[in-house]
Design a protein around this ligand. Structure first.
Ligand SMILES: Nc1ncnc2c1ncn2[C@@H]1O[C@H](COP(=O)(O)OP(=O)(O)OP(=O)(O)O)[C@@H](O)[C@H]1O
Ligand SMILES: [Mg+2]
Length: 316
């Protein structure tokens, strides 16, 4: 049985995602009547931090919000689940980040808009004074919403801390490219893997080639998630393929972030193995895909363990 204790500092995005739908035919460059379908907390680092916390870990978030209502609500929502928000900067004159999706009258995406400017303020100059206290955390989860310079500087200055990279999106994944030799754990999906390796990952042997390239750059633990196809992993114990766990699919949104949280929650505990962590990652991804939204609010370690018990791998 895992005793939650790990100290994980999560760097990156915490904001709100809004989804609006046109109530009449969508007309570009015009005022469209809409209804708001939902407004939910989001951001890769936030999604991972919340699941880590719900599993009992000691978690803090380092990020940035604006001095607006959204910023206060982001901080409050994280505090309410017991995440330490003292390293979340509230920057005056800035707007809290946010993703807004506009669906047309049929429910198809008409327009997606991401304002992430506030994350550009997570500069080396802002983080440098706190470096010693940042290095006191044994695990860093870094999402690629941080500026490239800051990512490289953190990688250079990780000290004894494990540097865990979350790629976020194909365009942002490239921010890790100069720091690959300093990363301890990388988890990426197909498209993000292609950006970092130049390999198009459609088949398992392509995933194996890509993972070997990443390991050769010096990353000891690499995981490539392949959506409904499963996962390919590589660590000192070898390269393996994992089937996805049986899932009553509801909403796959956030399954990748959930995989990361499940993996890291287990891997950061003393006495666990890479394979235990893979099983937990698959389990939390599966539980999240059975839930509406990105967060399993009634999550328990038992639910993760029960689901993880079904995980199977084969060496590639
Ligand atoms: N249809 C599915 N059935 C079962 N498991 C799934 C399915 N889709 C995803 N998963 C699980 O979630 C994991 C992560 O999914 P995926 O590779 O799509 O990540 P992602 O592209 O980063 O997702 P996102 O960023 O939208 O959260 C998969 O490796 C798998 O374990
Ligand atoms: Mg993802």
């Amino acid at each position: 049985m895992i005793t939650p204790s790990a100290n994980i500092l999560c760097f990156g995005a915490a904001h709100f995602d809004r989804t609006l739908q046109c109530t009449e035919d969508f007309v570009p460059a015009a005022s469209n009547p809409v209804r708001t379908l939902h407004r939910k907390p989001g951001g890769v680092s936030r999604n991972i931090a919340v699941h880590l916390r719900l599993l009992g870990n000691t978690v803090a978030m380092l990020g940035a919000v604006g001095d607006d209502g959204d910023g206060d609500q982001v901080i409050e929502a994280l505090s309410n689940v017991g995440i330490d928000t003292r390293l979340l900067m509230k920057l005056s004159g800035m707007t809290t980040a946010g993703y807004t999706a506009l669906l047309d009258e049929t429910g198809e995406l008409a327009l997606g808009m991401m304002n992430a400017e506030v994350y550009d303020q997570l500069t080396i100059a802002r983080l440098e004074p706190a470096l010693t206290s940042l290095q006191a955390w044994p695990w860093w989860l870094i999402d690629a919403n941080l500026p490239s310079d800051t990512i490289s500087w953190l990688a250079e200055n990780k000290g004894q801390t494990k540097f865990c990279a979350a790629t976020v999106s194909p365009s942002k994944a490239a921010r890790f490219a100069p720091a690959l030799d300093k990363i301890d754990l990388l988890i990426a999906n197909r498209a993000e893997t292609r950006v970092l390796t130049g390999i198009e990952v459609n088949e398992l042997d392509q995933a194996k080639t890509a993972i070997e390239i990443l390991r050769a750059k010096g990353i000891p633990d690499v995981v490539i998630t392949l959506g409904a196809q499963g996962v390919v992993s590589s660590s000192k114990t070898g390269t393996a393929f994992w089937q996805p766990l049986p899932t009553r699919l509801k909403d796959v949104n956030g399954a990748g972030d959930a995989f990361y949280a499940g993996f890291l929650s287990t891997y950061s505990q003393p006495g666990t193995s890479f394979d235990d962590a893979m099983a937990s990652g698959l389990a939390l991804a599966s539980l999240t895909a059975e839930t509406d939204g990105t967060t399993v609010w009634d999550l328990t370690q038992k639910a993760v363990n029960d689901r993880a018990a079904q995980a199977k791998s084969s060496l590639l």
